[in-house]
Design a protein around this ligand. Structure first.
Ligand SMILES: [Zn+2]
Length: 255
């Protein structure tokens, strides 16, 4: 096979089958990479090219029966289901299969195959975190409250303690959630419920987004909790803060 592929606006090749496979494996190219070989009228996406090869071989052997088509979850193209394989609830075309196999080996969450965590599971996780934070804040608050109360005759000191404890009230939950979510994709409550926070494509939530998501929860809370309840009705079980930050909460056996 004398195949050429496009890298930016450069054409690379010719390459053989072994090189092609190693390029796919090393993610240098994917199903959307344009390829061409002598005899082809124009450049074609690799996924379509591979599909053309397998279909061409079939077409010469038998008349085509009416086919049921589905969209490949990787490249988004429509293919006959006969030419596709199924991976945990999604269809993948022949061209994308090696890429998908690679992804699954690496434990990347497959888009469309995410198992979203529903309202009650998330509520359970929230409740566990609520207890943990309650204990943590008591450790910080109680001594401060007592000190504040005992200095009630000095209003300046009292107000200072009130201010500090109010700030802590915001900071402790913020640090707790953003640190755990950006480092482990889950707070201890979520870990206990085997759920985690991920990006729309299953990727990791970074620190900045974890911070944003924490404060977006205030908006979910301000809407009389409707922002939270939305998770029970959304097709991807997104709460309002998940919509704002484009995150998903999924079930995960790995935690
Ligand atoms: Zn595909």
């Amino acid at each position: 096979m004398n195949l050429y592929y496009a890298e930016g606006d450069r054409q690379v090749g010719p390459i053989g089958k072994a090189e092609l496979q190693s390029l796919i494996k090393n993610k240098k190219i994917d199903s959307k990479t344009l390829v061409w070989q002598p005899g082809m009228a124009e450049w074609q996406a690799l996924g379509l090219f591979v599909k053309g090869k397998t279909q061409g071989a079939k077409a010469s052997m038998q008349p085509a029966p009416p086919v049921q088509q589905s969209l490949c979850s990787e490249c988004g193209q429509a293919f006959a289901e006969d030419d596709m394989i199924r991976f945990s609830g999604v269809w993948v075309c022949a061209g994308c299969k090696p890429i998908m196999v690679q992804k699954i080996k690496e434990g990347v969450a497959v888009s469309g195959a995410m198992d979203f965590a529903g309202f009650w599971l998330r509520f359970g996780a929230w409740f566990i975190d609520y207890i943990i934070l309650g204990i943590a804040s008591m450790v910080v608050y109680l001594p401060m409250t007592f000190m504040g109360v005992y200095s009630a005759d000095k209003p300046g000191v009292f107000l200072t303690f009130q201010l500090i404890s109010t700030i802590f009230n915001f900071i402790i939950p913020a640090v707790y959630e953003t640190w755990f979510v950006s480092k482990y994709a889950a707070t201890p409550g979520k870990m206990a419920c085997k759920i985690k926070v991920v990006l729309a494509d299953g990727g990791k939530v970074n620190f900045g987004r974890a911070v944003g998501r924490h404060f977006a929860k205030y908006i979910s809370g301000l809407t009389l909790g409707i922002g939270y309840i939305m998770a029970g009705f959304d097709d991807q079980k997104r709460a309002l803060h998940d919509r704002i930050c484009d995150t998903r909460v999924i079930k995960s056996a790995e935690l």
